[in-house]
Design a protein around this ligand. Structure first.
Ligand SMILES: Cc1cc2nc3c(=O)[nH]c(=O)nc-3n(C[C@H](O)[C@H](O)[C@H](O)COP(=O)(O)O)c2cc1C
Length: 253
């Protein structure tokens, strides 16, 4: 099936409220001890969104918020995969420049999750980054990961739609949200909005599901992302704009 046919079919599926079987729904089914529905092969879902859960809590509130967005993407016929940063250390960028000097297209350090995410991003059409709020900021691991991903593998993120999601107990989510949005806007990534900032409230694991407005904001953001992806890919290929050679002016005088 070509992309144009897929887009038409997936729109029909969305209207019918059909929940397609994709990695995310398969993952959930597995975790719930259910048999995943394998009737729809993955090659019927050529458009994919990668969702990064920046929290060490695999089933915490950031996961709850991202899951709501992932389910909504799947309702729109878009594949969704949540990647968990987990609790292992994620090193920060040390500005060694080896990724560029050696043309690696990935981080020179291969001892944590970064290059796994780099590879996954290569086959994704859009990105959603979710983070818990720590002291009014995104948590440290997610910032380390994003800075290395964007610096080492800019070609894999450039031009692709992106959204940030922040989850907090009480405050600081807007500043964290702004921080997460900063790199998107340096990489020509269309930033996907929603009916409100992508902020969800919750403290103990899963409490975010009680934030009805937050959950709705996630679904609206996912609908907007699916809409944007279908528009961008309507002709079968993204046809991103041609760019001028980069002009760098460093403020040295
Ligand atoms: C180190 C640390 C700092 C935190 N700082 C804030 C904060 O500034 N504002 C806030 O509302 N919640 C704060 N929280 C609470 C978390 O943001 C909240 O529990 C969130 O739901 C965690 O998401 P998770 O379940 O995905 O890990 C903090 C939690 C930790 C562990």
């Amino acid at each position: 099936m070509d992309r144009r046919t897929f887009i038409k079919k997936s729109t029909v599926a969305a209207v019918g409220g059909l929940l397609l079987s994709t990695p995310f729904s398969r993952l959930l089914a597995r975790e719930n001890g259910e048999e995943p529905d394998s009737s729809l092969p993955l090659d019927k879902h050529p458009m994919k969104v990668l969702l990064i859960n920046g929290s060490a809590r695999r089933k915490g509130n950031t996961f709850t918020a991202l899951s709501e967005a992932a389910k909504q993407l799947e309702k729109n016929g878009i594949e969704a995969e949540i990647v968990q940063i987990g609790a292992k250390p994620v090193r920060g960028c040390v500005a060694c420049g080896q990724c560029h000097a050696r043309g690696l297209g990935r981080c020179a350090f291969d001892d944590d999750i970064c290059n796994t995410v780099v590879e996954k991003m290569g086959s994704a059409d859009a990105l959603i980054v979710g983070s818990p709020v720590y002291y009014g900021q995104p948590n440290g691991s997610v910032l380390s990961l994003i800075q290395r991903l964007f610096y080492a593998a800019g070609d894999k993120v450039r031009n692709k739609p992106a959204a940030a999601v922040c989850v907090c107990r009480r405050g600081g989510a807007t500043t964290a949200f702004q921080t997460l949005n900063m790199p998107f806007q340096m990489m020509n990534m269309p930033v996907i909005s929603s009916q409100y900032w992508n902020i969800v409230y919750g403290m103990s694991e899963g409490q975010a599901a009680l934030d009805k407005e937050g959950m709705q904001t996630m679904r609206t953001m996912a609908d907007n992302m699916a809409w944007m992806l279908k528009k961008i890919h309507a002709d079968g290929s993204p046809a991103y704009p041609e760019r001028e050679p980069g002009q760098m002016t460093n403020f040295i005088r």
